[in-house]
Design a protein around this ligand. Structure first.
Ligand code: PMP
Length: 526
């Protein structure tokens, strides 16, 4: 509780109360490496092993000395942090370096243009806005083509060189009034149909369980209903594709697709051709779902999505905000399953745990330079965060050091989680993930014999109670994933020590034994 000296609690007091219920509302006073320090009752510091890793933003560790030094040097040198609307060589260097790595991982040399932003959700918004601008421009071009085709067909009919009776019959237009009048009537029909199509708002495709942020547009692409539905009238809607069910793509397409009619002339006849209307603005997906419970996209599903999107010319936005930036051993987690994005979003560790920054990358073949004039943020693309991000890339890339460390630490952590699962098959459902993005799913305890355990399962906060226990009793910080509270998430930094893995192991075995023995009250902190 706040002391009287601090005054009334106004910064989200209800959230603090909820955290308090699970024993998670503690204050951290210092951070370094893989450790967060809590103030103890005696005034001393208590070291907590951090497996939450700033929700994925501190892969390199808290206050990495090289990042801190870089930040200090920038500020001491009087870097022009806010020099909007000028040349930004640091942003250009960062974009080039991102391109170099992306090209290596994807085996392509197509440039990706960079639009900088501040947060993850903001990078998603930028990608979505760009995709919608592109869709709008494609719609205008389609409308113009339809008009040109109609003009040629009309001229041909007026010149008497072609007839339109077949198409008049198809659309139920009488030819009695003569060729020109009948053709005008036909055109009215088609224009009415086409205009209704051309004015359709965009639809997005996203995966069930996906998480793409909580801003106005991005939260409509986030599957979790509690986050999404209160705000549904604020933005365009998504169709959610069930996980690992590629057939669903065709079903959704059949239901929602749009077709425009184009008048064409062939063999002395006017005919109507069908043109696919771009109703689907973009397909958003994470290579590993973070908040949805650490689910890894398979290469097969990725390929099915990629093929489908190519067929209907729908751009793919790969949201690498949680899985990217080296967390799974490559800059882009999606490059490991052969997925090629038209857009990528990166954030979190891009700022090295100190700067707040994000970026949206868009491939040249989709790029609309007009976007640069209509989209911006006061804070984006600044010298401080761009230079810090360059330092992050240097630390990730130098001699492959950080990537290798991710693989090695990830394997050690995973082996421990698997051993817990093997010893407690009744309590642990599954271990999932890659590199330093791992999840441990507990079995549903709604039918547990112990009333106290059933109570925890029914609270909707199951994983939070487990996290509270780990923090209180084992000095380990972790959280469940936001939309799957039976899955604990482990996203530590590369500074993770063996001793911390051992401490987590002790904690998890303790939890499993308490669940097995039906000791829900100890888990609840009673
Ligand atoms: N996309 C993904 C995949 C994320 O994991 C997150 C954050 N958890 C976001 C978007 C939103 O990022 P931010 O919280 O910085 O807005």
């Amino acid at each position: 509780n706040n002391s009287a000296a601090e005054g009334p609690e106004l910064a989200e007091p209800y959230l603090r109360e909820v955290l308090d219920m699970a024993g998670l509302a503690v204050e951290y006073v210092r951070a370094g490496g893989n450790t967060l320090y809590q103030r103890g009752a005696d005034g001393g510091e208590i070291a907590i092993a951090d497996f939450a890793g700033g929700y994925g933003s501190v892969l390199l560790g808290h206050n990495h000395p090289d990042i801190v030094r870089c930040a200090r040097e920038l500020l001491e040198a009087g870097t022009p942090v806010h020099a909007q609307f000028s040349r930004h060589p640091y942003a250009n260097r960062l974009a080039s370096e991102l391109n170099r790595i992306v090209h290596r991982e994807l085996g392509t040399d197509e440039p990706y243009y960079a639009i900088f932003a501040n947060t993850g959700a903001e990078a998603v918004e930028a990608a979505v806005k760009h995709a919608e601008m592109d869709r709008g421009m494609r719609i205008v071009a389609l409308g113009e083509e339809l008009q040109r085709s109609a003009d040629s067909a009309r001229d041909a009919v007026a010149g008497g060189s072609v007839v339109a009776d077949r198409v008049l019959r198809r659309f139920g237009v009488s030819a009695a009034a003569g060729p020109a009048a009948a053709f005008a009537e036909l055109e009215r029909h088609l224009t009415e149909h086409n205009t209704a199509q051309l004015e359709r708002p965009p639809l997005f495709l996203a995966l069930e369980g996906g998480f793409h942020g909580k801003l106005g547009t991005s939260v409509q692409l986030t599957h979790n209903e509690a986050y999404r539905t209160p705000f549904r009238s604020l933005a365009a809607q998504a169709r959610f594709v069930p996980w690992e069910r590629p057939e669903a793509l065709k079903e959704i397409h059949e239901r929602d697709r749009g077709v425009c009619f184009e008048l064409v002339v062939a063999d002395g006849q006017v005919d109507v051709a069908e043109r696919e209307f771009p109703v689907f603005c973009a397909f958003l997906l994470e290579p590993i779902q973070g908040e949805g419970g650490i689910h890894v996209l398979t290469a097969e599903f990725a390929e099915a999505i990629q093929r489908f999107c190519e067929e209907i010319d729908c751009p793919v936005i790969v949201d690498e905000i949680q899985a990217g930036m080296g967390r799974t051993g490559t800059l882009l987690a999606s490059s490991q399953v052969g997925l090629r994005g038209d857009y990528y979003t990166l954030a979190k560790t891009l700022g090295g745990g100190i700067a707040k920054t994000s970026v949206m990358l868009v491939r040249e073949t989709r790029y609309r330079r007009e976007f640069e004039i209509v989209h911006s943020s006061t804070f984006a693309k600044d010298s401080f965060s761009c230079t810090v991000a360059l330092k992050v890339l240097e630390l990730l890339e130098t001699d492959g050091g950080a990537y290798r460390r991710v693989e090695e630490r990830g394997a050690a952590l995973r082996a421990m989680l698997e051993s817990v699962r093997a010893d407690f098959p009744e309590q642990v459902q599954e271990v999932r993930g890659k590199g330093l993005m791992l999840g441990l799913e507990f079995r549903d305890q709604s039918d547990a014999e112990s009333e106290a355990v059933r109570g925890l399962a029914g609270s909707g906060l199951f994983g939070y109670f487990l996290a509270g226990h780990l923090l209180r009793e084992h000095r380990v910080r972790t959280f469940p994933t936001a939309s799957a509270v039976n899955t604990l998430r482990f996203e530590p930094s590369i500074e993770l020590a063996d001793e911390e893995i051992a401490r987590l192991e002790t904690g998890l075995r303790d939890i499993c034994a308490l669940l097995r023995d039906g000791d829900g009250s100890r888990l609840a902190g009673a």
